[in-house]
Design a protein around this ligand. Structure first.
Ligand code: HEC
Ligand code: HEC
Length: 424
């Protein structure tokens, strides 16, 4: 009993320590504690094994005996970290760390060295090792991003953003600076840019679709409405509430102008926390809101009523109007061959839906609704229309999360005429 207790003390200690570290850094306490305890337990078991006949191994045998274990461990570590939603760089770092362990254990098992021949040789070796370690350290750290005090001071001394005399792109650029200077990138990614996923990716979520008052409110008082998927107590408290004191009115206006550019006309918005995200296609709440728009009952889109032509139950009322119950339906023949999609409705990409609904079908009652109504609501109407041929409760699988668009793709949107300016 006593022995067992002694045996289990280090793993339990490691678990508590890991859990504490996880809590402190807001990094999956259960995972950190559990894995530390597991590794410690493994070492404890290895240490209690009675050593077989002490026999020194050559370096080749030494490495070969440990490599398979480390490879298996790396694979487990890789997938476990992936499962718990760690970003890819963390996964790589964890695996690199298991390999550092390999070096450590290989060095422990190296053949005993020859006894040193005199103090001079000892000093030479010590100095040599120290020199080599220093060279390695300096070369590696020189590759990492450097901290330049001048740059940091310049950042602090930057004059506050003033908008008078600025317009359009300049205001957006100023807003981007406000976003960078206030460390929003520490918690929010914007498409591919940013440092962590503590808060929603403001690009794939498409915050730019929301109105300016909503965005201001979320920056000044983020506790009022929680972003879907971020309702856990830790996320509720994560976003600082001091931006109201820190930002001048000009800075806030510029920031909102920049946030408004976070839109993606090629994909439906994505919600939720990394690892358990979903798209609006499968969100019952959004489908419900889309129904309200479709049936002409949304105050923000007064005058818009898809149902007048497409029918409340999806049976077209206006002859010629698209029938959303038919999953085999095809793109309008009004488009010239090179602009027409040959895909069946069930396979329509998000971008095609968006383009047709915002830009309409020429010379038909299907107008360019995107020039008249906020696109946020048009996306919602699109989400609802899909349910006529693909009801939510009969979907076999959720619609996959689209890959995050690259900088080049975003540039291409504008050339494709997909990005309507000014976006509402
Ligand atoms: C310490 C982390 C952190 C920082 C720093 C941070 N945020 Fe957030 N933010 C969050 C989290 C977590 C959420 C989601 C929970 C919520 O809605 O409050 C969020 C939500 C938001 C939302 C609402 C999104 C939605 O779905 O409605 C906006 C907009 C936003 N942040 C903008 C900003 C801006 C702009 C900055 C910089 C001035 C910033 N955030 C800085 C963590 C952060
Ligand atoms: C005034 C009547 C009318 C209203 C209102 C209307 N549509 Fe249409 N819609 C049509 C007609 C007619 C067509 C068929 C055009 C054709 O193929 O010639 C159509 C076609 C479509 C198509 C298929 C386009 C294609 O490529 O064939 C989509 C998608 C669509 N509508 C969505 C909507 C949505 C979403 C709304 C509401 C926001 C809406 N429509 C409102 C009349 C209307």
């Amino acid at each position: 009993m006593n022995k067992l207790l002694k045996f289990l003390t280090p793993p339990i200690g490691a678990a508590i320590f890991g859990y504490g570290v996880g809590l402190f850094y807001d990094l999956k306490p259960l995972f950190v504690g559990g894995s530390l305890a597991f590794v410690t337990l493994l070492y404890c078991i290895l240490l209690t094994r009675n050593p077989s006949k002490p026999q020194e191994k050559g370096i080749f045998k030494n490495v070969m005996m440990k490599l398979p274990v480390v490879i298996v461990l790396s694979v487990i570590v890789w997938f476990a970290a992936g499962h718990f939603g760690f970003p890819i760089w963390w996964q790589i770092e964890f695996v690199a760390f298991t390999f550092v362990g390999l070096i450590f254990f290989v060095v422990l098992d190296l053949k005993t060295m020859q006894p040193e021949k005199g103090a001079a040789r000892i000093n030479m070796r010590l100095l040599g090792t120290y020199g080599l370690a220093s060279v390695l350290f300096i070369t590696i750290t020189a590759q990492l991003p450097q901290f330049d005090p001048q740059v940091e001071i310049a950042k602090l001394e930057k004059p506050p953003v003033k908008l008078s005399g600025l317009a359009g792109p300049e205001v957006i650029a100023a807003g981007r600076r406000v976003f960078e200077d206030n460390k929003c990138f520490n918690c929010h990614k914007v498409f591919w840019e940013g440092n962590s996923d503590r808060g929603p990716n403001l690009g794939t979520k498409q915050v730019g679709l929301f109105n300016e008052d909503y965005l201001k409110e979320q920056v000044l008082d983020p506790r009022i409405i929680q972003s879907p998927g971020f309702e856990d107590p830790k996320s509720i408290k994560a976003m600082p509430t001091y931006y109201g004191d820190d930002l001048s009115e000009d800075e806030l206006n510029a920031l909102v102008s920049y946030l408004k550019t976070m839109r993606d006309p090629t994909n439906v918005p994505v919600e939720g926390k990394l690892g358990e995200q979903w798209t609006w296609w499968d969100d019952p709440k959004i489908i419900e809101e889309g129904k309200v728009v479709f049936e002409g009952k949304e105050p923000a889109t007064e005058g818009l009523n898809c149902a007048v032509c497409h029918g409340t139950d999806g049976i077209p009322i206006m002859t010629g109007a698209f029938d959303f119950r038919n999953s085999e339906g095809v793109d309008s023949e009004k488009f010239p061959a090179d602009e027409r999609s040959d895909k069946k409705l069930k396979d329509w990409p998000d971008a095609l839906w968006y383009k047709r609904v915002t830009q309409g079908v020429p010379a038909t009652p299907m107008a360019a609704w995107g020039t008249m109504f906020p696109h946020l609501y048009l996306w919602k109407a699109i989400i609802y229309e899909r349910t006529f041929h693909d009801p939510l409760d009969q979907r076999a699988a959720k619609v996959a999360i689209p890959p995050i668009p690259t900088e080049e793709e975003i540039k291409r949107w504008k050339d494709d005429g997909l990005f309507m300016d000014p976006l509402l």
